[in-house]
Design a protein around this ligand. Structure first.
Ligand code: EPU
Length: 367
């Protein structure tokens, strides 16, 4: 179907993304800062050496400064990290802003978005501007620059489906590079940026490719239920209706980090072979699984954790959420060691009951 929204781009020209990458160490100010409100789990963390980056003109200075540190850590929205109480690494907080229409080619719009933009605010801008495609990814916490690191995904859509390229600064080499989608080596909650040694890449901006001819992605069970399968076929919803549905579904299931500290799904959904899947099916016929293109099966980690009795269970200041067992929550005042201890206990239970290994989704930042 054609895009029902009239294109009326809301574009703020992002001079800062296009500034030349020059500058000296003098352009960069190091301070110590409390990061408790800068990570969605709400863990108390004192960063001893923090630099807030507002312009790409500071990047060369950052590379110079980084040589003095053993560890460098790039912080976006803090929505996928477990932070230690004291952080001695050089912390780079990315706050580049701007959204700019970079191209209007025959079948799509190309839009550059600076890394420090809030992800949900950008998705909202895209909706209002008549650039559909990202509606299934509404309300994901974090920044635009963090999104490619773990190839964010929800309700049948992943970032890679609408990404054209990523521009990133190589901190040790002091060079700016643009990576095509293929070069980013995206996989489920993974990319080459996530696999690279910490402190290598600082994402500066992301170029999106959003389709002029749009079709809703409604295959996910929660969306089918929301729209009613028959109705969705008879009358296709608008991008705004899908956006509203995704927001409503997420608000009903997932805790708002502003009210209850959390990092979204705390574990990835594990992928098992067809042989292991068949064995699991014999013992647990009701197990929730999804057949993958390569013949393997992705299991719903939330279901596994739930069946091990962790849903709604609290241990001190942390617990597994009562409406989504995959979400680890901080009831207030938790430390990284409590978070990691609970994660360890949950992993052990799932391993013991199902013989399946869970992998943590957030990055565990060492001191
Ligand atoms: N389930 C349970 N008990 C629970 C939780 C889930 O039985 O406590 C069952 C559900 O009934 C459903 C299945 O497990 O049958 C899957 O649950 P859900 O639809 O909530 O999705 P998910 O697989 O747990 C994934 C992503 C989410 C994303 C949703 C929607 C991962 C690790 N998580 O969750 O992403 O929003 O699908 O697409 O892939 C995130 O990464 O932070 C995140 C929230």
């Amino acid at each position: 179907m054609s895009n029902p929204l009239a294109p009326a781009p809301v574009v703020e020209h992002a001079g800062s993304i296009f500034e030349p990458c020059s500058g000296r160490a003098a352009d960069v100010r190091v301070e110590s800062a409390e990061l408790t409100t800068q990570n969605t789990l709400g863990l108390a963390c004192l960063a001893q050496h923090l630099v807030v980056l507002r312009s790409t003109a500071q990047l060369a200075g950052v590379s110079e400064l980084a040589r003095q540190y053993r560890h460098v850590f790039v912080l976006g929205g803090g929505s996928n990290v477990v932070l230690p109480p004291q952080l001695s690494a050089l912390v780079l907080k990315v706050e580049f802003k701007g959204v700019a229409l970079a191209g209007d080619v025959s079948d799509c719009w190309l839009i550059d978005v600076a890394a420090g933009e809030d992800w949900h605010a950008w998705v909202t801008t895209a909706m209002e501007s008549g650039w559909p495609g990202l509606e299934n990814l509404a309300l994901i916490p974090g920044t635009v620059g963090a999104a490619p690191v773990q190839n964010i995904g929800a309700y049948g859509v992943e970032l890679r489906d609408h990404l054209e390229s990523v521009t990133a600064w190589n901190i040790p080499q002091g060079l700016l590079r643009t990576f095509s989608r293929e070069e980013c080596e995206f996989a489920y909650r993974d990319s080459m940026f996530k696999r690279a040694p910490g402190g290598t890449w600082l994402i500066v901006s992301v170029r999106f490719r959003l389709p002029k001819v749009w079709a809703p992605v409604l295959g996910y069970p929660d969306l089918q239920k929301h729209f009613g399968l028959g109705a969705a076929k008879a009358q296709s919803p608008t991008p705004q209706a899908v956006f509203d549905a995704v927001c409503a579904i997420r608000r009903a299931k997932l805790p708002d980090p502003a009210e209850l500290g959390n990092a979204g799904s705390f574990f990835k959904n594990p992928v098992v072979s067809s042989v292991q899947h068949a064995q699991l099916m014999r013992m647990h016929p009701e197990i929730v699984s999804y057949l993958q293109a390569d013949g393997q099966y992705k299991l719903a980690a939330g279901w596994l954790i739930d069946r091990c009795g962790w849903k709604g269970r609290r241990v001190g200041a942390v617990g597994m959420h009562a409406r989504q067992a995959l979400v680890l929550v901080n009831y207030g005042g938790a430390h990284a060691n409590e978070v990691l201890a609970l994660a360890h206990a949950v992993r052990s239970s799932v391993q013991e009951h199902f013989g399946v290994e869970l992998e943590m989704e957030p990055i565990n930042v060492a001191e």
